[in-house]
Design a protein around this ligand. Structure first.
Ligand code: FE2
Ligand code: FE2
Length: 242
């Protein structure tokens, strides 16, 4: 089995004026990667019109290489997230929202991808808990629910040779280095890392932390990569697995 090459980016924040700005950068992606994953904040305001522009930018690359995405917080802003996902699905970008899928690489490896948005809450020693006001309980419960879903999705990938957890929010604080400490609880949650470590994975890809760092690792030893566009400073990164 040859290594699986995973191209990844996040936070492309496509707007209605973005036509022609992304597609040229993906022209040769299929030559370097077996799968392409996009870790949320696909649009600026979650408008279907923005998703239409992004669909145009991604159509060619999605036809050439299996392409998957999760939604980010920006993609929820206009309460049109279902339409954003539908518009992308129509050009072959599979939006994984609490879902898992397997695709075969050119080298014959089965690549499993589990996708969730994730959410905030913070990290060890500085995190929210389900205590006090209903709003606080709801905040942490949302993260817990998504983390449970992520764990189930990863566990469902029993026939995969390699497993990728695709998130928007960060599961560890390593990849937040560079961001202001005060906003860490809005950038991710340790509950996501706990879920990943229980289920197991070969790679975690996330975005959202535009001012963070690329590389981290979960307490259980799973490599984490923050591929937010301003962090990787290129159209995409390619990681090899297996
Ligand atoms: Fe973003
Ligand atoms: Fe975000």
């Amino acid at each position: 089995m040859s290594p699986v090459r995973v191209a990844a980016v996040a936070d492309v924040h496509c707007g209605q004026d973005s036509a022609g700005t992304l597609a040229p950068h993906y022209e040769h992606l299929a030559e370097h990667a077996d799968v392409f994953v996009i870790a949320g904040d696909l649009t600026r305001r979650g408008l279907p019109e923005e998703a239409q522009v992004l669909a145009g930018e991604l159509a060619d690359v999605a036809a050439a290489v299996p392409t998957f995405a999760v939604l980010g917080n920006h993609d929820y802003h206009s309460d049109e997230e279902a339409m954003v996902a539908k518009v992308l699905d129509e050009v072959g970008v599979e939006v994984l929202e609490g879902a898992a899928t397997t695709v075969e690489s050119e080298g014959g490896a089965r690549v499993g991808i589990a996708g969730v948005k994730g959410f905030g809450g913070g990290f060890a020693g500085a995190c929210g808990t389900e205590f006090g006001e209903p709003e606080m309980k709801a905040f942490v419960a949302h993260t817990r629910e998504i983390s449970t879903r992520l764990e189930a999705c990863l566990e469902a990938l029993t026939d995969a040779d390699v497993r990728i957890a695709l998130l928007h929010y960060a599961p560890v604080d390593d990849t937040l280095r560079g961001e202001r400490l005060e906003i860490y609880p809005f950038l991710g949650s340790y509950l996501l890392a706990e879920a990943i470590d229980r289920a197991g994975a070969d790679l975690v890809v996330h975005g959202h932390a535009h001012g963070g760092s690329e590389k981290g690792v979960t307490p259980g030893g799973v490599h984490v990569r923050n591929v937010a566009l301003p962090v990787i400073n290129r159209a995409y990164r390619v990681y090899e697995l297996g």
